[in-house]
Design a protein around this ligand. Structure first.
Ligand code: BJ8
Length: 426
């Protein structure tokens, strides 16, 4: 951490001693899960740096931006449209926690029987270790799962209503919510969203998605030049880093991945089953299931979650020129998100089957955060569809702690054996 970042953390009231303990915990884990891996692309150093910067230099960037009069909001879900916030000169800061270290601090307000993503996020807030706690002008939640909805109630956040079905009436409601969000951010910054500015930010946010899509496509190859763990880190960084810096770093990585493919350099030492990981997101700090799988010899070649393809699969249509047309195009793109909060959610099953084919996966692993009922229950519908194409699956329900790692590895090893015998039979 630079002295500048240290002073800034102090000035925003961070408990420096606890913050140092939390970052040491996160750094040790990152060292163990990522940095010790062999065959990493050299460009991953850029993303390691961005990982460490999320609690240091990135905080300083946001602080300095605000000192110059810039505005920012906290968000928790990929339903909040970045394009519109950026067009109103409001910086969106995703706040979902991925670190196990602060979860017990959430006891101050939340029951233990809710998912670790929520507990980690608010554990950081209550332990005074969230560096973005005071660096924002508003917080926008959304009506996705019950735990989130009720948390926003308790904390008095602004809430976007995400419908739970996808009929025309729901679409109309969602478009009006996106319009309301535009007014909300305009009100925060005093900047009107113009068609010219929105056109620019639609392209910019699409560019970030395009970069992620290109990196992800390398994972379709028989010998992917980037591991699942590193692909996850790239997605996690995309959510926190300055968007221009992220697009630049992705360009460096893409060049290197192209060279690695030409030279036949794989991220993996041996041939292992190709795994599709599906389910809940893994915010920055959490890579536990990816690590459990890849350190057991399996290869995570596709990642369905909101820290995977769900975040960048679809682009916003760039062909509109008028403000309402652009807002509608943004609303439609976000409405295609196949979160398990929708009922029915047939799109998700269709997308999963498509990915199974494109990435030629041998098996699917449900990665479900404890107490996330939506993804846990929906795993049955996914399994039914997988059975029709003869793809085996394994369900992992877990939190952020590493206490059950050895147990998980035992289950993963038997799943790996099952996949190998299954491959001989089909
Ligand atoms: S669009 S997945 S980011 S809601 S894991 S808090 S659902 S109990 S994170 Fe999500 Fe938006 Fe959907 Fe994506 Fe609740 Fe489940 Fe916890 Fe979750």
């Amino acid at each position: 951490m630079t002295p500048n970042s240290h002073d800034i953390l102090q000035s925003v009231g961070i408990n420096l001693e606890l913050h140092a303990r939390m970052t040491a915990y996160n750094n040790d884990l990152h060292e163990r899960t990522h940095r010790s891996a062999k065959n990493r692309p050299a460009a991953m150093a850029l993303f390691d740096t961005a990982f460490h910067a999320s609690h240091g230099e990135r905080v300083a960037e946001v602080f300095n931006y605000r000192q110059k009069g810039g505005k920012s909001i906290g968000t928790f879900c990929i339903f909040v449209p970045d394009e519109i916030a950026l067009a109103a000169d409001v910086l969106p800061i995703p706040l979902c926690g991925g670190s196990h270290w602060p979860v017990d601090y959430a006891d101050k307000m939340f029951p233990r029987e809710i998912c670790p993503l929520i507990r980690s996020t608010f554990g950081m807030v209550f332990s005074n270790t969230c560096p973005y706690k005071k660096l924002k002008d508003g917080v926008v939640g959304e009506t996705t799962c019950d735990a989130k909805k009720k948390a926003w109630d308790l904390l008095g956040f602004e809430v976007m209503e995400v419908p739970q079905k996808k009929t025309e009436i729901d679409r109309a409601l969602w478009i009006s919510e996106v319009q309301r969000f535009r007014l909300y951010v305009e009100n925060i910054s005093g900047v009107t969203v113009t068609p010219a500015r929105l056109r620019e930010t639609i392209r910019l946010v699409n560019d970030r998605r395009r970069a992620l899509q290109v990196i992800n496509a390398f994972r379709m190859l028989p010998d992917p030049p980037i591991s699942g763990l590193d692909a996850l880190l790239v997605s996690q960084v995309a959510l926190n880093q300055d968007i221009h810096a992220f697009i630049d770093a992705s360009g460096v990585l893409i060049n290197e991945l192209e060279h690695r493919v030409e030279q036949g350099i794989s991220a993996y030492e041996g041939a292992g089953p190709r795994i599709f990981l599906a389910g809940t997101p893994s915010p920055m700090g959490n890579a536990k299931v990816h690590y459990a799988l890849e350190s057991s010899g399996l290869r995570v070649v596709a990642d369905e979650s909101c820290t995977g393809m769900r975040y960048y699969r679809d682009l916003v249509d760039e062909s509109h020129d008028d403000l309402d047309g652009m807002i509608e195009a943004i609303a439609d793109r976000y409405f295609s998100i196949d979160c398990a909060c929708f009922s029915p959610n047939t799109e998700r099953v269709e997308n999963i089957l498509k990915t199974v084919k494109e990435f030629r996966v041998d098996g699917l692993v449900h990665n479900i955060l404890s107490f996330c009922h939506a993804y846990n229950v929906e795993s049955k519908a996914v399994d039914r569809a997988l059975a029709s194409v003869k793809v085996p699956s394994l369900k992992i329900v877990t939190d952020y702690s590493f206490e059950d790692l050895e147990q998980l590895k035992v289950r993963i090893e038997s799943f790996s054996e099952l996949l190998q015998s299954h491959a001989q039979l089909v």
